[in-house]
Design a binder for this molecule. Structure first.
Ligand SMILES: Nc1ncnc2c1ncn2[C@@H]1O[C@H](COP(=O)(O)OP(=O)(O)O)[C@@H](O)[C@H]1O
Ligand SMILES: [Mg+2]
Length: 377
């Protein structure tokens, strides 16, 4: 009894049914004291894939819609919290459960059950919501997260591969410098010393002189080789100096329009290798009379282009050079574009982000099991 004297009114099952049937879109399910379906509204019939309530009325509730788990294993009534709460006459709310449709497929639902008198005995009224849309949205988000994590892993591994290759190049150049090159320098010094003595016969002098010439050319060749592997000038003096040195050795006149600005080492290296490959291609294939290397800097990117006025027709997919560069740039989140129509020259354009790519969100952080990543791959 309330203090204002008004009596808390008990709603009859009929009244509740009527109200909910009229209000309509919320699926309603009434179960009598024997766990038999006493009433279902149209929304419930539709949600569970039946054609009419006749197919459901009088059937055992749990065994009709709740008899298996989503993985197909049986779900006995004794294990069901709804059944237990119903028997104890307690209300129960389940945020996520799965019921079985007429065709055996599963529908994700949230359920709210309250005790209610039905035909003179205690039964249960259940309202439920079809969660299909939110479950699908959740799965979509998860797929997206997995895909993002996978792409992040791929990018990170590509970056690691490029970094490892660069480190190997650096080591190789150091070894060449400290090993073969310094050995040759010692030979040159020894030969110079040998020639300094006054009593060297003319024939020997000629032979030693030739050997000296050969050793000096070998040093030049080694230096050239080391430069191609990992250009010291780049690390020392930057991209503009590196490109200018390259242009000086090029087979056609090259206009260099590159700012004297320093960038992070991976950016300089990538830009340098693009210029080197593109200028080598100009010499090998373009039949050009001139080429131009240009850089521009946007807020976020270094853009390097190499143009020539040759025969055109370059295709990145036709060889290894440009494709390898595209991979190197991709490791930095950059891009390589080749525009080359026959007869209209070639333009190779690299866009390189100035900041190193953010570390990828690890799959572990996203709570995504590795096999999900594989499945989506
Ligand atoms: N500047 C250019 N002018 C004309 N053709 C080019 C030019 N650059 C590249 N090509 C063509 O595109 C192909 C792909 O170039 P690239 O990937 O560097 O391959 P490669 O490893 O053979 O040098 C070359 O084999 C060549 O036929
Ligand atoms: Mg090439």
């Amino acid at each position: 009894m309330r203090s204002d004297g008004r009596r808390r009114r008990r709603w009859s099952a009929g009244e509740v049914q009527e109200a909910l049937v009229i209000s309509g879109e919320i699926p309603l399910w009434l179960v009598d004291g024997d766990d038999r379906i006493a009433f279902v509204n149209d929304a419930a019939v539709r949600t569970l894939g039946y054609d009419s309530d006749d197919e459901l009325l009088g059937r055992p509730s749990h065994d009709t819609v709740h008899w298996k788990h989503p993985d197909g294993s049986p779900y006995p009534a004794e294990d069901c919290p709804i059944t237990h709460a119903t028997r104890r006459g307690e209300p129960i709310r389940m945020e996520r459960d799965w019921w079985v449709r007429k065709d055996g497929s599963m529908v994700p639902i949230s359920i709210h059950c309250v005790q209610m008198e039905i035909d003179g005995r205690m039964g249960t009224a259940m309202t439920f919501h079809d969660l299909t849309a939110s479950v699908e949205a959740e799965q979509e988000r998860r797929r997206y997260d997995v895909e993002r994590a996978r792409l992040g892993e791929v990018r990170a591994s590509r970056t690691r591969i490029v970094e490892a290759a660069d480190e190997q190049r650096r080591r190789l150049v150091r070894d060449l410098h400290d090993g073969a090159q310094s050995g040759l320098v010692r030979i040159v010094l020894a030969l110079q010393l040998a020639l300094r003595g006054g009593d060297v016969p003319g024939e020997v002098r000629t032979l030693v002189g030739d050997a000296l010439g050969d050793a000096r050319s070998a040093i030049d060749e080694l230096r050239e080789l080391a430069h191609g592997i990992h250009p010291a000038v780049l690390t020392r003096s930057g991209l503009a100096a590196g490109v200018r040195a390259m242009a000086d050795r090029a087979s056609v006149p090259v206009v260099v329009d590159v700012a004297d600005e320093r960038y992070p080492e991976p950016v300089e290296l990538a830009a340098y290798f693009v210029a080197a490959e593109a200028l080598t291609n100009v010499a090998k294939y373009a039949r050009a009379s001139t080429a131009r290397v240009t850089t521009t800097r946007t807020e976020s990117h270094l853009v390097l282009t190499v143009d020539d006025d040759g025969i055109g027709g370059a295709r990145a997919s036709a060889g290894r050079g440009l494709a390898g560069l595209a991979d190197r740039l991709a490791a930095l989140d950059g891009t390589l574009t080749v525009s080359s129509q026959p007869g209209k020259g070639t333009c190779v354009r690299a866009e390189i982000p100035l900041s190193t790519p953010a570390p990828p969100a690890a799959a572990a952080e996203l709570d995504v099991p590795p096999h999900d990543i594989e499945r989506l791959a």
